[in-house]
Design a protein around this ligand. Structure first.
Ligand code: SF4
Length: 553
């Protein structure tokens, strides 16, 4: 941990210890309306005043954005406004919003932050007995006296936060707290989801008597959109805040605001200008490169995620066969359940024997005593599942699936499935990176040079619901036809137009809103990916014992 605690983090620790931990120790942050507005309100006081004179005149002097450190008290701070008169100093903290109608005049986190600033000022030789909270919306100055009780509380919180940082133990989520409703980190913290899973584990998986109600604190959909550029001869350029897509033959074919992009996917030889690439990297938007055939080649990314603790945990777990197997068992069991659900819902004449076998195999997967046995169970389930999948292609007699084959696929259905699995792996790759994982080190797929093993692990439970469903819908609705495929010497491949159609179908599926089977709220699959990846991180940190694979009923 850094030697000194920022006073701002102390305020967050007083508000919610977990919030502070996620932001400060894990290095995660997410904006919402409140945080953006907060920055806007601070714009004036954040002006750079490095050149302001720091003299000792007896006249009152106002200094803005003063950075100070107090090694003894263990705090560093940036004071919005310092009112100074000789040796007497009063820190002023700007807060958006109105002054609360409470006896103390300001909430505890604000008073603690000010008091920490006061202690730092004292250590730097100033007399400092009180501070001011200035509430921007009500234009009100609220004095805060640094009495014994507040100083004791502030020092106590400094020690507690220091201990949490040294022990590297994330504090538990608040329970049914209204604070979570407006918390920008709710989608990272997952307070109700973690509380529910912990309670379920305490009650040994039974849902009876569970008191936690899961609020939908995460946005249903992602406001950011992925950009796909398919085909040789296309290029990407930046113009102001816009990313332009150019075709060699047709000129500019599309433009997207850079701030609305979540990821850029390039298929085949697509040129990217240096200004466009640098801007994308600075914004943390990954640029993914694929071959024309859809094989993932690599990613251009700015800085890596700051959550080094998570990567250390991931390496520790991946090196431990027993713990890796526990995660893999849940993933494969969830995948088999989803294969079963897919057949039960969409097979015109579902086979009771096949459904029963898949049910049994899903339970066997949960108990598999080795990775090899788990592989065997997964193989047996795949054989049953793909043996029936052809029956789901009921709307288009021109296409069928005799068996699953790949590298290269021998028929159009397999070509589409292979392509979709590659797209799905890419999506999971990006989600894992965004959360702070290393996508190349998995718990089920063994490490191999260039293989995104963890992305392949995490996509297992989503294959039937996303990739297989998309393929079936595209064929049944006749969105794909003969003209979308080309026969090569060895097999079948999608044409450029065919790929665009497949990506369109995939995006529709990813943005479709579904009811989460465990948490009960309605969200898109893209959001569910993130929730699952974050839940995996909670398993590695010991917050929940078992990885809860996503499985639809
Ligand atoms: S969502 Fe709630 S528990 Fe989680 S960090 Fe925010 S306030 Fe704390």
């Amino acid at each position: 941990m850094p030697d000194l605690i920022p006073a701002r983090m102390l305020a967050e620790f007083a508000y919610c210890p977990r919030l502070c931990y996620i932001e400060w120790i894990d290095g995660e942050f997410a904006d919402n309306e409140d945080t953006v507005d907060g920055r806007f309100q601070h714009r004036r006081v954040d002006e750079d005043t490095e050149n302001d004179p720091m003299d000792d005149d007896l006249e009152a002097i106002h200094l803005r954005s003063v950075s100070l450190a107090g090694p003894e008290v263990g705090v560093t701070c940036r004071i919005d406004l310092l009112e100074k008169e000789g040796k007497r100093a009063t820190p002023v903290e700007y807060k958006r919003g109105k002054a609360p109608d409470i006896p103390e005049g300001a909430y505890e986190p604000e008073r603690v932050q000010l008091c920490a600033q006061g202690l730092v000022l004292r250590e730097n030789g100033f007399q400092c007995e009180q501070g001011i909270v200035y509430f921007v919306r009500s234009r009100k100055r609220v004095p805060v006296t640094f009495d014994k009780a507040l100083v004791k509380r502030t020092r106590g919180l400094i020690s507690e936060l220091r201990r949490a940082a040294i022990e590297k133990k994330i504090p538990p989520p608040l329970k049914e707290s209204p604070k979570c409703n407006r918390c920008s980190l709710a989608g990272i913290c997952l307070p109700d989801e973690v509380n529910l899973l912990r309670e379920m584990e305490e009650k040994r998986g039974s849902e009876k008597g569970i008191m936690v109600r899961v609020r939908k604190l995460i946005p249903a959909r992602d406001d950011y959109q992925p950009v796909y550029v398919v085909g040789h001869g296309n290029s990407l350029r930046k113009k102001g805040d816009v990313l332009e897509i150019w075709s060699r033959d047709e000129g500019r074919i599309k433009e997207v605001r850079l701030r609305e992009i979540s990821q850029v996917n390039l298929y085949g030889a697509v040129d990217v200008s240096t200004p466009a690439l640098v801007d994308l990297m600075q914004r943390g938007i990954p640029v993914l490169h694929f071959t024309r055939g859809g094989w993932f080649q690599g990613v251009s990314l700015g800085h890596t995620h700051k959550n080094v603790e998570l990567r250390m945990k991931q390496f520790e777990w991946a090196a431990d066969r027993k713990r890796s197997l526990a995660i893999a068992r849940s993933m494969i069991s969830g995948k088999i359940k989803n294969c079963r659900t897919q057949l039960r819902r969409n097979d015109p004449e579902p086979s009771a024997a096949v459904l029963e076998s898949l049910d049994r195999l899903s339970r066997d997967a949960k108990k598999a005593s080795s990775a090899e046995k788990l592989l065997g169970i997964e193989g047996a389930a795949a054989e049953l599942y793909f043996g029936r999948l052809d029956r789901l292609l009921k709307g288009n007699e021109d296409f069928s699936l005799q068996s699953r084959n790949r590298r290269p696929p021998k028929d159009p259905v397999n070509a589409v499935l292979s392509y979709l699995y590659a797209v799905l792996a890419k999506e999971m790759f990006v989600t894992l990176l965004a959360v702070g994982f290393d996508p190349y080190l998995g718990f089920y797929h063994r490490p191999r040079y260039g293989r995104p093993a963890l992305a392949l692990d995490m996509m297992e439970e989503f294959r039937p619901m996303i990739a297989d469903s998309t393929a079936i819908t595209l064929f049944n609705k006749r969105e794909l036809g003969d003209k979308d495929f080309i026969r090569t010497g060895l097999g079948i491949a999608l044409t450029s137009k065919g790929k665009k159609t497949v990506i369109g179908g995939y995006e529709r599926q990813m943005e479709a809103e579904i009811t989460h089977p465990l948490f009960g709220y309605t969200v898109s699959y893209r959001r569910i990916f993130e929730v699952q990846v974050r839940l995996l991180s909670r398993v590695l940190f010991g917050e929940i014992k078992e990885y809860p694979a996503f499985s639809r009923r």
